[in-house]
Design a protein around this ligand. Structure first.
Ligand SMILES: Nc1ncnc2c1ncn2[C@@H]1O[C@H](COP(=O)(O)OP(=O)(O)OP(=O)(O)O)[C@@H](O)[C@H]1O
Length: 245
């Protein structure tokens, strides 16, 4: 049997930026094999936390571990807020870039299938500069989904999409990443309640974690679902209450 997707533990993690604390002794866990959603006001430290998990920001105090205990970095696929597409490569080559960098044989059929599912069949041989912002974001999503990793970190992956495309991409992503450990940052309470199996909010300065009660039903939850609507209203009220504005 293959290993289960790991749970990620954050222990006493501290991050300062220009002598200001972003978090101080932060503790939480992101559930293995589940969609973990992370919300919080702009600037609270969500992207920094994700980058620390991805190994892109150094850890000076505290620990990030996973259970079962293995090396984190080799298991992670990370989708940044910026699409980070290579301007010199076509969209399909961008999607298969990871294979190339690892000297593996690229799986063209898989890349084409994912690109079809994200609605980019016609753009396969185009360059990033020829695409709209939403198309570029879907290309970056396709590249992330192509990597068959057990931990997927996504920083606002659907933020540039219109609401219909966003809903379709949420459904597809939830279906494809079933059983993986996903940490997804969003500013959208509705997205959080449709996709979240574990919802956490970073609040305050230094930031601490606040947990949202779990929502009934398997993901992706239907927009009609009354539990989703109620949870979304409660979540929005909480975010407004904690807003510094
Ligand atoms: N290299 C860095 N290391 C640590 N902190 C940084 C760094 N660069 C910027 N910061 C500061 O860290 C704080 C948290 O930024 P971060 O991008 O993690 O917030 P965020 O919650 O993801 O915001 P947003 O929702 O706007 O993307 C900000 O005040 C930012 O100015």
């Amino acid at each position: 049997m293959s290993n289960p997707s790991p749970t990620i533990h954050i222990r006493d993690l501290t991050l300062n930026y220009r002598n200001e604390p972003i978090f101080s002794r932060l503790n939480t866990s992101f559930q293995g094999g589940a969609f973990n959603i992370l919300l919080g006001a702009s600037g609270v430290g969500k992207s920094s936390l994700l980058k620390m998990i991805a190994g892109l920001l150094p850890i000076t105090k505290g620990k990030i571990t996973c259970e079962p205990l293995t090396s984190l970095n080799s298991q992670i696929s990370y989708m940044a807020q910026q699409d980070l597409l290579m301007p010199w490569a076509t969209i399909i080559k961008n999607v298969m870039l990871g294979s190339k960098l690892r000297n593996e044989k690229p799986d063209k059929n898989k890349a084409l299938h994912i690109l079809e599912q994200v609605g980019l069949t016609k753009a396969v041989h185009q360059y990033p500069s020829q695409l709209s912002g939403g198309m570029r974001q879907r290309a970056a999503l396709a590249r992330t989904l192509y990597e068959n990793r057990s931990i997927i970190l996504m920083d606002e992956p659907f933020s540039a999409l219109d609401s219909v495309t966003r809903s379709k991409m949420q459904d597809y992503t939830a279906q494809l990443l079933q059983g993986k450990t996903v940490i997804l940052i969003t500013h959208d309470p509705f997205e959080a309640c449709r996709l979240g199996e574990n919802i956490q909010i970073l609040v305050g300065n230094p930031a601490q974690i606040h947990y949202i009660p779990s929502i009934e039903g398997a993901i992706p939850r239907h927009p009609d679902n009354l539990h989703v609507q109620q949870a979304q209203a409660n979540l929005l009220a909480f975010l407004i209450e904690k807003s510094a504005l």
